[in-house]
Structure formats: C-alpha cells, structure tokens
Design a protein. Structure first.
Length: 189
C-alpha cells in the first residue's frame, strides 16, 4: 500500500488537486491523506462547483489545517511522498525557512527531514526573485518542483486535457504507473 500526503493551499488551481485526488482514488493500493488550508477551501468555492465534502470524500483520510498533532505531522508516519498542489508562495516561503505554522508546512518539513519525496506544484505568475530563491533553495534540498506548465505536443483540445497532462506528470513523479494522458514518443520518421 502506497501512502500519499496531499496538501492543497490557497493558490489558484484547486482543479489540479481535485484531478490528482480523482486519479489516485482509482488505485486500490494507494491511500491518500488530505489537508486543505483555509484559503484552499475558499478557492474551492470560487473555482469549482464541488463541495468541501465532495473533495474530502476523494481522500481516504482528511486533517484539519491546524491539527499539529495529526499523524502526518510526525516523522514516524511512513509515507511514499507528499504533494502540495497548488502551492502558494506563502506556503513555499514557510517551508523554505522551516516555519511549520500549519499542518501542510509541518508535514512538508517532516517529509524533508525524513528524506522522503516532496513535490511542490507552484502556482504564481510572474515570479519574483524571492519566489525563485525560495523554490531554488527547496530544489537544492531535493524537493521536486512541477509547475503546471502545459505541453502542446499532444494537441490538447480542452482545459481538462491540460489538467490531465499535469496529473500524469504528478503520478509519474510518485512512481505510479498511469495512462492519464498521451506521452511524447519521439518524432515520426
């Protein structure tokens, strides 16, 4: 059984997290642990027609953002990776300086100290030098940055096509075999 921790922050792009949760729900051998920030819940209302309970039902376990005593706040909680999707620049900054003021930041801090896989999906543009420095610092510490940058070799026709491609990239990073989207297979000769 793979255990995946998913943090959703207040950056725009909640749909990326929802698509990932839906994809992971299809795997009987994957257990998901979800924590959403206060602003993630607000963005859910602003950006989708889904209710909070509908999103929480996509996860096996859910946690309150302020619950520093949750299982995922401890290094003794074994998991196969954590993804923060979308990741606000505030959350990235907090993680970069080790400021675990909420459960997402604390779980990320624990993930790094235990040298487990941490994936961040930064959602901001344009990026300031401070944003880039924080992301570079984390990347040098082994955090994988996978911004939602669309590919066009697969000729996407809908927004969902773009989201599916990002979901494929995230599942790949977690080493979960998938066929969510079309892969680059080289140029035809």
């Amino acid at each position: 059984m793979k255990r995946i921790v998913i943090g959703i922050t207040g950056a725009s792009g909640t749909i990326y997290a929802i698509a990932l949760l839906k994809a992971l729900k299809q795997y009987a051998d994957v257990e998901t642990h979800l924590v959403m920030s206060t602003w993630a819940k607000k963005n859910l209302e602003l950006e989708t027609d889904l209710s909070l309970s509908e999103v929480q039902n996509l996860a096996d376990y859910t946690y309150n953002i302020n619950d520093q005593g949750a299982a995922i706040a401890s290094g003794s909680f074994l998991h196969d990776g954590m993804i923060i999707v979308p990741a606000s620049m505030k959350t990235i900054a907090g993680i970069a300086v080790g400021y675990g003021d909420n459960l997402i930041a604390r779980a990320a801090d624990v993930t790094m100290k235990e040298q487990r896989k941490l994936i961040i999906v930064p959602r901001e543009t344009p990026l300031s030098a401070i944003h880039l420095e924080n992301m570079t610092k984390l990347a040098r510490l082994g955090v994988q940055m996978i911004p939602p940058i669309p590919a066009f070799y697969n000729h996407p026709q809908t927004i969902q096509d773009l989201i599916d491609h990002q979901t494929m990239k995230l599942l790949d990073a977690l080493h979960i075999a998938n066929n969510v989207d079309q892969r680059w297979e080289g140029m035809a000769k």
